[in-house]
Design a protein around this ligand. Structure first.
Ligand code: ATP
Length: 288
């Protein structure tokens, strides 16, 4: 086998908590993430020389090893002592700088594809460790499903899967640079923190209504009034259309709502799409 098509699901944060700022300048996080069936498709083709080429048609994303997908290929080949190269074509659907781990998802998909093509016996742990060298969210993206992530995001624990539901995802036009957002946080000033124990129980009980109400993202506390107005507007619309709960994902600005009811989700999708073009209707990715 010389080539493989792989799906790279986007992630959403059910929670995001910041516990402390560490000596090394990073923050200790505690967050629950899920994978959704909105994602990119990658074609990974082996080359006999050592070149790594990446193409992302229709975008100005970097090519070669500056792309996280290319960086993943380089790390995989170095770590496994392989003399191969790779040609990677990415069909992008995950919005950029959206808090949906688009780049990390691509890197993880490349690691999984290269394992299948070259080293099927490599363990998930080994692959997650390679992912950690690329970025904090990559180990989670290698694993997928519902998971608690701690440390910088690399310490993972599997959590009970999401109950079936529909998810409306809406990305407003502005961007929120992750480092700037971290810079705005004073941990001791945060007023609300997610109740992870209650969220775990709600997931175990497959109680969508309960779990949706427990979604908390502490970054929502440090938005400027203008940013907060847009995020608040999207949340209010989602809830008006019957979402069981709504929250911002990652470092934003994307907001999503969880729906039990398909018709209500479609109503919210249509209404939001008319105002915010980058609106998507999705569901939790099937867990393996
Ligand atoms: P996160 O949820 O991890 O904060 P994000 O949604 O904020 O991610 P991404 O869209 O993943 O941000 O991209 C972040 C940066 O990574 C961008 O500056 C982009 O140029 C770069 N990048 C490199 N490779 C990729 C890729 N394959 N797909 C998307 N972005 C990439």
């Amino acid at each position: 086998m010389k080539e493989l098509a792989v799906f790279a699901p986007a992630k959403l944060n059910l929670t995001l908590d910041i516990l402390c700022r560490r000596e090394d300048g990073y923050h200790d996080l505690k967050m629950v993430m899920i994978s959704v069936d909105l994602g990119d498709t990658l074609m990974v083709r082996l080359r006999e020389d050592r070149k790594i080429l990446v193409r992302v048609p229709g975008t100005d994303l970097p090519e070669g090893e500056d792309n996280l997908a290319g960086r993943a290929a380089r790390i995989f080949f170095d770590e496994t002592g392989s003399a191969s190269g790779a040609e990677i074509t990415i069909e992008k659907r995950i919005p950029a700088q959206a808090g949906m781990a688009g780049g990390s998802a691509n890197a993880a998909a490349v690691l999984r594809a290269l394992r299948t093509l070259l080293h099927p016996a490599l363990t998930d742990r080994k692959l997650e460790a390679m992912g950690e060298q690329i970025g904090s969210d990559v180990p989670y993206c290698v694993r997928g499903g519902t998971a608690l992530a701690e440390g910088r995001g690399e310490r993972l624990t599997d959590w009970p899967p999401m109950p079936p539901c529909r998810i409306v995802v809406c990305k407003p036009e502005f961007g929120l640079p992750t480092p700037e957002l971290f810079g705005r946080v004073r941990v001791e000033k945060l007023r609300t923190h997610p109740d992870h124990e209650a969220l775990h129980a709600a997931l175990l009980g497959k109680d969508l209504r309960a779990m949706a109400k427990l979604m908390v993202n502490v970054f929502e506390e440090v938005l400027t009034p203008q940013e907060a107005e847009t995020i608040g507007d999207i949340k209010a619309r989602l809830l008006r259309f019957g979402a069981a709960g709504a929250a911002m994902t990652g470092s934003g600005p994307t907001v999503f709502g969880l729906f039990e009811d398909e018709t209500a989700a479609r109503g919210a999708f249509d209404a939001l799409k008319a105002v915010y073009p980058q609106t998507f209707l999705t569901r939790p990715a099937p867990e393996v």
